[in-house]
Design a protein around this ligand. Structure first.
Ligand code: ZN
Length: 193
């Protein structure tokens, strides 16, 4: 799992146009804003199939009760946007052809789940300097991650938007050390908080 070097058997090129990647990431940011409105953390995620169709939408639900009607995982610390998405999608069909878009770099749990499920490609708007999985595991060396193509923050403006959106949560939820990493990584977006 690397942004610099791709494993030889991973797709060499991205399946979608820059415009499509951009629209998909914008959708994750919309879902992230919706989560804040509902009292949860600002993270959104979608799954896109090989044809460019959105086959599932997830968002963080950690601040919400369990949704009986939709059977969504609320009121649980693991109700992250990606987990919400994976529970909806049930068994993935041809996971290697799918792209996961997220507003924020997946955490250890969600990055791990994506690897376990052999999702072909992961794209995120904004790095998570503290909780992001890339900081915690040497993905390149992990056998389960060799099939997954990773594309961090392809658009500077969306990256900044995602950082501004998540920064208050980073300050609130992360320990001092984690917030410092956020301030270093995104000085402009975290200033004044
Ligand atoms: Zn997560």
């Amino acid at each position: 799992m690397s942004s610099d070097t791709q494993p030889s058997d991973a797709p060499e090129t991205t399946p979608f146009s820059e415009q499509q990647d951009r629209a998909f990431l914008e959708e994750t940011l919309r879902l992230a804003r919706l989560s804040v409105e509902k009292g949860s953390s600002p993270v959104g995620a979608i799954m896109v199939d090989a044809q460019g169709e959105i086959i599932g939408r997830g968002r963080n639900r950690t601040g919400e009760p369990f949704d009986e009607d939709e059977q969504r995982p609320g009121n649980a610390s693991l109700a992250h946007a990606e987990m919400d998405l994976y529970y909806q999608l049930e068994r993935l069909k041809d996971p290697e052809t799918l792209t996961l878009y997220t507003s924020l770099e997946p955490c250890l749990m969600c990055g791990g789940a994506s690897a376990l499920l052999s999702v072909g490609r992961i794209v995120w708007a904004t790095d998570d300097a503290w909780g992001g999985s890339g900081r915690l595991i040497a993905w390149d060396e992990h056998p389960a991650m060799q099939q997954t193509q990773v594309q961090p923050h392809p658009f500077a403006d969306l990256e900044a938007e995602g950082a501004r959106l998540f920064a208050p949560e980073a300050k609130k939820a992360f320990p001092e050390e984690g917030w410092k990493l956020w301030q270093q990584r995104y000085p402009k977006e975290t200033s004044g908080l």
